[in-house]
Ligand binder design. Structure first.
Ligand SMILES: [Zn+2]
Length: 317
């Protein structure tokens, strides 16, 4: 207010006084001009500063709004990427592959091949559990065997383990008994021995010596053999067991059809063997000549691009 009055006064004064006191008036004019210039400068500076301020404020608002929208957009994009069904499917696929691979690795010890050409390795040992009827099986297969029997019984079919783990000596006794039986039928010693070998594995080459094989028959008071064999043929692989000596594979296995003899190989191998109608010899030959499961290359293909890691790092943490 004071400044404004003074300004008005000066302006008025300037007009009135201009004719009289030149010297004084000149000094006054010069100082007034200076102060006007000074004020103009200040006004211009204020205007400039105000403009800068307004522009800055505008830019800040725009940046805030767009920044939010942009980051929301990026977040949404990332969230979408995270929850993309195809991507999840792929991730699940990788996980499934990894799980399958882990399971396959864990089941590898069950893939031991024992046949006439592949005797049991010297010093092979197995921890067994004794069943109610005094038969024994490898303790590692017991839970699967029990589950399979429980499920069969739930369907009204009653199996028994007719023969489980055998020592080499026990296998020898079975072989001797079989030869004697053929001898009793009139076969000569050599023929009787050859006939016996069609049914009984030579000691040291029987799967029963691994503890992983079981002969499953019917509890004949409750079920028939056919019922049991049929159920096993359809379902045993679900529990990790395979029918080890199918009729159409006897050329390869060297053993005639045995619908009761089941061998634990683990669920992965059992599924593949059953689905593809293989015998264990064929499965192992294929598995060991094939390159290892390409989980690694799948993993590589499904790997997140680096930029996604970077954006996640910036926006999601
Ligand atoms: Zn058997």
């Amino acid at each position: 207010m004071v400044e404004k009055d003074y300004e008005f006064y000066c302006g008025y004064d300037f007009g009135e006084e201009s004719g009289h006191t030149h010297q004084y008036g000149g000094a006054s004019q010069s100082s007034t001009r200076k102060s006007r210039r000074h004020r103009r400068k200040r006004r211009r500076l204020s205007l400039f500063l105000m403009t800068i301020l307004i522009i800055s404020a505008l830019m800040a608002s725009v940046a805030a709004v767009f920044g939010n929208v942009l980051s929301e957009h990026l977040l949404a994009l990332l969230v979408n990427l995270q929850s993309d069904p195809l991507r999840q499917e792929n991730d699940r696929g990788t996980l499934k592959n990894e799980n399958a691979q882990n399971r396959e690795d864990a089941e590898e010890p069950f893939l031991i091949l024992v046949n006439r050409d592949n005797p049991l390795p010297a010093g092979y040992e197995t921890e067994t559990v004794t069943l109610r009827n005094n038969e024994k099986v490898d303790e590692r297969i017991y839970p699967s065997l029990q589950k399979m029997f429980d499920d069969m019984r739930a369907e009204g079919i009653y199996p028994v383990v007719a023969s489980g783990y055998r020592t080499k000596e026990e296998q020898q006794i079975i072989m001797d008994e079989k030869i004697q039986a053929y001898r009793a039928e009139g076969y000569c010693e050599e023929d009787a021995a050859n006939k016996a070998r069609e049914w009984v594995a030579l000691p040291g080459t029987s799967e029963h010596e691994t503890g992983l094989a079981v002969d499953i028959n019917a509890d004949t008071n409750m079920s028939s053999g056919e019922e049991v064999y049929e159920w096993l043929r359809i379902h045993a692989h679900e529990y990790g067991f395979i029918k080890r000596y199918p009729q159409d594979k006897s050329e390869i296995t060297g053993i005639c059809d045995e619908p009761w003899h089941y061998r634990y190989v683990g669920e992965s191998a059992a599924a593949e063997i059953t689905e593809q109608n293989l015998c264990l010899e064929e499965y192992l030959k294929r598995k060991r000549s094939a390159p290892k499961n390409s989980v690694e290359s799948d993993g590589f293909l499904l790997k997140k691009p680096r930029i996604i890691y970077f954006l996640e790092e910036v926006f999601l943490k």
